[in-house]
Design a protein. Structure first.
Ligand SMILES: Nc1ncnc2c1ncn2[C@@H]1O[C@H](COP(=O)(O)OP(=O)(O)O)[C@@H](O)[C@H]1O
Ligand SMILES: [Mg+2]
Length: 248
Protein backbone atom coordinates (compact mmCIF):
# COMPACT_ATOMS: atom_id res chain seq x y z
CA UNK A 1 0.00 0.00 0.00
CA UNK A 2 1.40 3.40 -0.93
CA UNK A 3 -1.01 5.74 0.91
CA UNK A 4 -1.11 6.51 4.62
CA UNK A 5 -2.23 3.82 7.03
CA UNK A 6 -4.27 6.33 9.02
CA UNK A 7 -5.78 9.53 7.73
CA UNK A 8 -7.79 11.99 9.79
CA UNK A 9 -9.34 14.84 7.89
CA UNK A 10 -10.98 17.82 9.56
CA UNK A 11 -11.89 15.77 12.61
CA UNK A 12 -14.16 17.60 15.03
CA UNK A 13 -15.45 16.36 18.38
CA UNK A 14 -17.53 18.60 20.60
CA UNK A 15 -18.63 18.03 24.19
CA UNK A 16 -21.34 20.63 24.61
CA UNK A 17 -19.54 23.91 24.14
CA UNK A 18 -16.08 22.32 24.43
CA UNK A 19 -14.30 21.72 21.12
CA UNK A 20 -12.19 18.78 22.21
CA UNK A 21 -11.04 18.32 18.59
CA UNK A 22 -11.37 21.30 16.33
CA UNK A 23 -10.53 20.19 12.79
CA UNK A 24 -7.63 17.77 13.20
CA UNK A 25 -5.99 16.65 9.97
CA UNK A 26 -3.11 14.20 10.09
CA UNK A 27 -1.67 11.27 8.18
CA UNK A 28 0.36 8.41 9.62
CA UNK A 29 2.40 6.33 7.20
CA UNK A 30 2.69 2.55 7.44
CA UNK A 31 5.55 1.56 9.83
CA UNK A 32 5.73 5.06 11.23
CA UNK A 33 6.11 5.78 14.93
CA UNK A 34 4.11 8.90 15.65
CA UNK A 35 3.93 10.63 19.00
CA UNK A 36 1.06 12.90 20.00
CA UNK A 37 1.97 15.44 22.65
CA UNK A 38 0.30 18.48 24.13
CA UNK A 39 -0.96 19.97 27.40
CA UNK A 40 -3.65 18.34 29.53
CA UNK A 41 -7.04 18.77 27.89
CA UNK A 42 -5.54 19.27 24.42
CA UNK A 43 -7.71 16.48 22.99
CA UNK A 44 -5.15 13.68 22.75
CA UNK A 45 -7.25 10.94 24.35
CA UNK A 46 -10.34 12.16 22.51
CA UNK A 47 -8.42 11.73 19.25
CA UNK A 48 -7.76 8.09 20.19
CA UNK A 49 -11.41 7.64 21.15
CA UNK A 50 -12.65 8.83 17.76
CA UNK A 51 -10.05 6.78 15.86
CA UNK A 52 -11.03 3.59 17.70
CA UNK A 53 -14.75 4.35 17.36
CA UNK A 54 -15.40 4.68 21.09
CA UNK A 55 -16.70 8.17 20.41
CA UNK A 56 -18.50 9.34 17.27
CA UNK A 57 -17.14 12.33 15.36
CA UNK A 58 -19.02 15.61 15.31
CA UNK A 59 -17.57 16.27 11.83
CA UNK A 60 -14.75 15.11 9.58
CA UNK A 61 -13.56 11.82 8.26
CA UNK A 62 -11.17 9.05 9.29
CA UNK A 63 -9.69 6.45 6.94
CA UNK A 64 -7.71 3.39 7.91
CA UNK A 65 -5.79 1.33 5.40
CA UNK A 66 -7.45 3.19 2.54
CA UNK A 67 -11.05 2.77 3.72
CA UNK A 68 -13.35 5.01 5.77
CA UNK A 69 -13.83 3.86 9.36
CA UNK A 70 -15.71 6.81 10.86
CA UNK A 71 -19.12 5.64 12.03
CA UNK A 72 -18.10 2.00 12.47
CA UNK A 73 -18.39 0.40 15.93
CA UNK A 74 -15.16 -0.19 17.90
CA UNK A 75 -15.05 -3.95 17.28
CA UNK A 76 -15.33 -3.44 13.51
CA UNK A 77 -12.50 -0.89 13.59
CA UNK A 78 -10.40 -3.27 15.70
CA UNK A 79 -10.98 -6.04 13.17
CA UNK A 80 -9.59 -3.81 10.43
CA UNK A 81 -6.30 -4.03 12.31
CA UNK A 82 -6.16 -1.54 15.15
CA UNK A 83 -5.48 -2.27 18.78
CA UNK A 84 -5.39 -0.07 21.82
CA UNK A 85 -3.77 -0.48 25.18
CA UNK A 86 -5.74 1.24 27.90
CA UNK A 87 -4.30 3.15 30.81
CA UNK A 88 -6.64 1.26 33.08
CA UNK A 89 -5.84 -2.37 33.38
CA UNK A 90 -7.42 -4.81 30.98
CA UNK A 91 -5.99 -8.12 32.19
CA UNK A 92 -7.33 -11.36 33.67
CA UNK A 93 -5.42 -11.26 36.95
CA UNK A 94 -5.95 -14.91 37.90
CA UNK A 95 -4.70 -16.15 34.53
CA UNK A 96 -1.06 -16.53 33.62
CA UNK A 97 0.83 -14.21 31.31
CA UNK A 98 0.73 -16.99 28.71
CA UNK A 99 -3.06 -17.39 29.00
CA UNK A 100 -3.71 -13.65 28.81
CA UNK A 101 -1.64 -13.42 25.64
CA UNK A 102 -3.03 -16.63 24.16
CA UNK A 103 -6.63 -15.46 24.61
CA UNK A 104 -5.84 -12.13 22.98
CA UNK A 105 -4.09 -13.90 20.11
CA UNK A 106 -6.99 -16.33 19.65
CA UNK A 107 -9.52 -13.52 19.63
CA UNK A 108 -7.70 -11.59 16.92
CA UNK A 109 -9.58 -8.56 18.15
CA UNK A 110 -9.55 -7.06 21.64
CA UNK A 111 -12.65 -7.62 23.73
CA UNK A 112 -13.64 -10.56 21.56
CA UNK A 113 -12.18 -13.45 23.51
CA UNK A 114 -12.94 -16.81 22.01
CA UNK A 115 -12.62 -19.33 24.78
CA UNK A 116 -13.16 -22.46 22.72
CA UNK A 117 -10.97 -22.02 19.69
CA UNK A 118 -10.34 -25.02 17.44
CA UNK A 119 -7.10 -26.85 18.36
CA UNK A 120 -5.09 -25.73 15.32
CA UNK A 121 -5.88 -22.12 16.06
CA UNK A 122 -5.11 -22.70 19.71
CA UNK A 123 -1.63 -23.96 18.86
CA UNK A 124 -0.81 -20.99 16.71
CA UNK A 125 -2.22 -18.66 19.37
CA UNK A 126 0.17 -20.24 21.82
CA UNK A 127 3.08 -19.58 19.46
CA UNK A 128 1.95 -15.97 19.08
CA UNK A 129 1.63 -15.66 22.87
CA UNK A 130 5.22 -16.78 23.41
CA UNK A 131 6.53 -14.56 20.63
CA UNK A 132 4.70 -11.55 22.06
CA UNK A 133 5.89 -12.35 25.60
CA UNK A 134 9.46 -12.09 24.34
CA UNK A 135 8.67 -8.85 22.49
CA UNK A 136 7.42 -7.25 25.71
CA UNK A 137 10.15 -8.68 27.93
CA UNK A 138 7.98 -11.20 29.79
CA UNK A 139 9.40 -14.42 28.37
CA UNK A 140 10.55 -15.52 31.83
CA UNK A 141 7.17 -14.70 33.41
CA UNK A 142 4.93 -16.81 31.16
CA UNK A 143 3.54 -18.95 33.98
CA UNK A 144 3.05 -16.12 36.46
CA UNK A 145 -0.54 -15.02 37.15
CA UNK A 146 -1.01 -11.51 35.73
CA UNK A 147 -2.15 -10.31 39.14
CA UNK A 148 1.23 -11.18 40.67
CA UNK A 149 3.27 -9.12 38.20
CA UNK A 150 4.79 -5.81 39.28
CA UNK A 151 3.08 -2.61 38.16
CA UNK A 152 5.61 -2.12 35.37
CA UNK A 153 5.28 -5.73 34.21
CA UNK A 154 1.49 -5.42 34.10
CA UNK A 155 1.85 -2.43 31.83
CA UNK A 156 4.20 -4.49 29.64
CA UNK A 157 1.59 -7.24 29.53
CA UNK A 158 -1.16 -4.76 28.58
CA UNK A 159 0.92 -3.82 25.55
CA UNK A 160 1.49 -7.51 24.88
CA UNK A 161 -2.27 -8.15 24.95
CA UNK A 162 -2.79 -5.34 22.44
CA UNK A 163 0.06 -6.67 20.29
CA UNK A 164 -1.16 -10.28 20.41
CA UNK A 165 -4.16 -9.38 18.24
CA UNK A 166 -1.55 -8.64 15.55
CA UNK A 167 -2.66 -5.10 14.76
CA UNK A 168 -1.38 -2.97 11.90
CA UNK A 169 -1.80 0.07 14.14
CA UNK A 170 -1.12 0.06 17.87
CA UNK A 171 -2.42 3.00 19.90
CA UNK A 172 -0.83 3.62 23.29
CA UNK A 173 -2.17 6.28 25.65
CA UNK A 174 0.58 7.31 28.08
CA UNK A 175 2.23 3.90 28.51
CA UNK A 176 4.70 5.27 31.07
CA UNK A 177 2.15 7.14 33.20
CA UNK A 178 2.70 6.45 36.91
CA UNK A 179 5.93 4.56 36.30
CA UNK A 180 9.17 4.88 38.21
CA UNK A 181 12.21 6.11 36.26
CA UNK A 182 13.48 2.52 36.00
CA UNK A 183 10.13 1.23 34.74
CA UNK A 184 9.95 4.12 32.26
CA UNK A 185 13.38 3.22 30.87
CA UNK A 186 12.37 -0.41 30.59
CA UNK A 187 9.16 0.59 28.77
CA UNK A 188 11.10 2.89 26.43
CA UNK A 189 13.40 -0.01 25.50
CA UNK A 190 10.40 -2.27 24.96
CA UNK A 191 8.70 0.26 22.67
CA UNK A 192 11.89 0.85 20.68
CA UNK A 193 12.20 -2.91 20.18
CA UNK A 194 8.67 -3.49 18.89
CA UNK A 195 8.45 -4.90 15.37
CA UNK A 196 8.67 -2.14 12.78
CA UNK A 197 5.75 -3.70 10.93
CA UNK A 198 3.47 -2.39 13.68
CA UNK A 199 2.67 1.27 13.13
CA UNK A 200 2.68 3.10 16.43
CA UNK A 201 0.55 6.03 17.55
CA UNK A 202 1.59 6.99 21.04
CA UNK A 203 0.44 9.67 23.46
CA UNK A 204 3.33 10.28 25.82
CA UNK A 205 4.26 12.97 28.28
CA UNK A 206 7.84 11.81 28.91
CA UNK A 207 9.82 13.81 26.37
CA UNK A 208 12.88 11.54 26.60
CA UNK A 209 10.67 8.65 25.52
CA UNK A 210 9.05 10.72 22.76
CA UNK A 211 12.27 12.04 21.28
CA UNK A 212 14.00 8.66 21.42
CA UNK A 213 11.13 6.80 19.80
CA UNK A 214 9.11 8.93 17.41
CA UNK A 215 9.76 9.41 13.71
CA UNK A 216 7.39 12.36 13.78
CA UNK A 217 5.62 14.30 16.51
CA UNK A 218 2.21 15.98 16.37
CA UNK A 219 1.54 18.68 18.95
CA UNK A 220 -2.10 19.18 19.85
CA UNK A 221 -3.26 22.37 21.53
CA UNK A 222 -6.91 23.20 22.22
CA UNK A 223 -8.02 20.46 19.85
CA UNK A 224 -5.91 21.70 16.94
CA UNK A 225 -2.62 20.60 15.43
CA UNK A 226 -0.21 23.31 16.55
CA UNK A 227 2.95 21.85 14.99
CA UNK A 228 3.94 18.62 13.31
CA UNK A 229 7.35 17.41 12.27
CA UNK A 230 10.42 15.37 13.13
CA UNK A 231 11.35 15.40 16.84
CA UNK A 232 14.29 17.82 16.47
CA UNK A 233 12.15 20.38 14.63
CA UNK A 234 9.34 20.11 17.18
CA UNK A 235 11.73 20.43 20.07
CA UNK A 236 13.20 23.59 18.53
CA UNK A 237 9.84 25.19 17.78
CA UNK A 238 9.19 28.29 19.89
CA UNK A 239 5.41 27.77 19.84
CA UNK A 240 5.78 24.25 21.24
CA UNK A 241 8.10 25.49 23.93
CA UNK A 242 5.64 28.19 24.89
CA UNK A 243 2.53 26.01 25.19
CA UNK A 244 4.03 22.75 26.34
CA UNK A 245 7.71 22.02 26.73
CA UNK A 246 8.33 25.19 28.72
CA UNK A 247 5.91 24.00 31.34
CA UNK A 248 6.57 20.24 31.19
N1 LIG B 1 -16.48 12.28 27.77
C1 LIG B 1 -16.30 13.60 27.87
N2 LIG B 1 -17.32 14.42 28.23
C2 LIG B 1 -17.12 15.76 28.30
N3 LIG B 1 -15.96 16.37 28.05
C3 LIG B 1 -14.91 15.61 27.71
C4 LIG B 1 -15.01 14.19 27.59
N4 LIG B 1 -13.81 13.70 27.23
C5 LIG B 1 -13.00 14.75 27.12
N5 LIG B 1 -13.64 15.91 27.41
C6 LIG B 1 -13.07 17.26 27.35
O1 LIG B 1 -12.41 17.40 26.10
C7 LIG B 1 -11.17 18.08 26.25
C8 LIG B 1 -10.04 17.19 25.77
O2 LIG B 1 -9.86 16.11 26.70
P1 LIG B 1 -8.85 14.92 26.46
O3 LIG B 1 -9.01 14.42 25.08
O4 LIG B 1 -9.04 13.95 27.57
O5 LIG B 1 -7.44 15.67 26.59
P2 LIG B 1 -5.97 15.07 26.81
O6 LIG B 1 -6.01 13.59 26.63
O7 LIG B 1 -5.13 15.79 25.79
O8 LIG B 1 -5.56 15.48 28.20
C9 LIG B 1 -11.08 18.48 27.71
O9 LIG B 1 -11.57 19.78 27.84
C10 LIG B 1 -11.99 17.47 28.40
O10 LIG B 1 -12.53 18.01 29.59
MG1 LIG C 1 -5.44 12.00 27.92
Amino acid sequence: MSGPLLRCEGVVRRFGAVMALNGVTLEVAPRERRAIIGPNGAGKTTLFNVITGELPLSAGRIEFDGRPISGLPPDAIARRGTSRSFQRTNLFSALSVRENLRLAAAAGAPGNYRLFAPPARLRSSLAVAEEVAAAVGLERRLDEPAGRLSHGEQRQLEIGVALATRPKLLLLDEPTAGMSPDETQQMARLLAGLPRAVTLLIIEHDMDVVFALADRVTVLHYGEVLVEGPPEAVRADARVYEVYLGTA
